[in-house]
Design a protein around this ligand. Structure first.
Ligand code: F3S
Length: 81
């Protein structure tokens, strides 16, 4: 299983992830992306049928801001360690 969140400090609001995986990523009012499934907490499993989209978005992000994890993330701070 996969969990994901966007590192919003490095997201440049390029818009690629939401185009690639519109059921996973959306943008806030400034265009910065977030995981809409779990409000970017990385705590909810990405549904199996969306994993291909997730992989494509992960590979397509120009800044490497999309984080993937095999385990639920407690928060950005703890997962980055
Ligand atoms: Fe941001 Fe990367 Fe998406 S820069 S808008 S997280 S593709």
């Amino acid at each position: 299983s996969k969990y994901s969140y966007v590192i919003q400090d490095t997201c440049i609001a390029c818009g690629a992830c939401g185009a690639t995986a519109p059921d996973i990523f959306d943008y806030d009012e400034t265009g910065v992306a977030f995981n809409l499934i779990d409000q970017n907490s990385g705590s909810v499993k990405i549904p199996k049928e969306l994993l291909d989209d997730l992989e494509d978005a992960f590979e397509g992000c120009p800044t490497g801001s999309i984080q993937l994890s095999d385990k639920p993330c407690v928060s950005e701070k703890t997962t980055e360690r």
